[in-house]
Design a protein around this ligand. Sequence first.
Ligand code: HEM
Length: 411
Amino acid sequence: MQIPADKGLDHTFQLLTEGYCFLHNRFDKYNSEIIETTLLGKKMICMVGRDAVELFYDSSRFTRIGAIPKRVQKTLFGENGIQTMEGKQHSALKHLFLSMMSEEGLQYIHKLTVEQWNAQASKWNKGERIILFDEAEEVLCRVACIWAGVPLKECEVSKRAYDLGALIDALGGVGPRYQEGRKARKRTEDWIKNILSEFRNGQFKSVGKAIEKIATYKDANGKLLDLQSAAVELINVLRPIVAVARFVVFSALALHDHPEYEDKLSNATDSELEMFAQEVRRYYPFAPFLGAKARTDFEWKGYSFHEGDTVLIDLYGTNHDPTIWQSPNEFKPERFIDEKIDLYNFVPQGGGDPARGHRCPGEGLTLSIMKATLSFLVNDLDYVVVKDQDLSINFVRMPTLPASRMVLEIR
Ligand code: HEM
């Protein structure tokens, strides 16, 4: 069967002007879960939905090698990190990441998040206006460093938080936003290489923490990671913890748009908080899509794939796929009571088994941070959402946020 092909020579410009809706617009137009388009002069097969996610995460059919653009490695991920690894090298390092996500580790980050929000709030005065996103990046930068055992002086917090945030913000950026991401990567790697050298020289200890695990990790050949690689992986812990600031802002926006949850969530059970956090991760746009390359020729649902084909899987689209979700464009945390999630149908942080593929190892940490923050927002912080601000979400910008980054007035 022929994969419906997007008409025209190249659609890079449309990707930049349609953002999160680019893939959806084409699945809609051709009424298909699979379409072919051209981006940066290269043919791409784009897919959406549960079956497509299952296919994408079949590592006998797809590889990540050669699929992650250099510009993403030079900003967001770092070069030659776990995201680009395969086979034994990948599974050994992935095991290390997953070993950080014990129940104890999740409880610890919950406690740190509560402590750090309360410490931050103690600096705010009644009547003061704060920008929630900026505050959240700082709070989560402190949380990330303490959790990972990375020493951080108070005077450094805002610049480190800014740089970790700039790595994330560079994702779909061209021009100045991308350049800012490159500079932030250089500064962050220099900082973390220094810290790792001090750790390896015995200048401080962080027993059982991420820095110790990464600094002492030996690869399949019994070799320690070189300083640069160790820095890339330690940043792979710090940066995404700071990225949760985006879900914090979306949580506050969801509370604002659905005020009935303010009451429902005050003194809510853990599972009620979790349903709300899950719906925030499903409903709001963050990670748009992922890419991989076909390892061999094969057929799927009658469509032919050829070795070397590049495939994009629409994560945001799968989280809004009406064949998976009832009323996907409604914000309804209770859906998680009935709608059963499996490894392939709910993919805000990727799909499949995290131990066997590239799915994010940090979903438990993300939920812990979100639940601690939600409880802080509904139970501990007295605030109003400032009226004269622009809370609209620009779906063209990737990654996106409410335009005003959520201004709150403290009461
Ligand atoms: C991978 C999203 C939080 C660590 C990923 C992937 C996505 C993602 C989409 C790619 C999955 C794939 O390639 O199949 C997010 C989002 C987060 C988040 C939206 C929250 C805002 C975290 C946290 C950690 C983390 C808290 C903490 C350690 C990683 C690592 C990988 C990864 C190390 C690479 C895994 C691999 O290649 O095997 N994440 N993540 N992430 N994430 Fe997260």
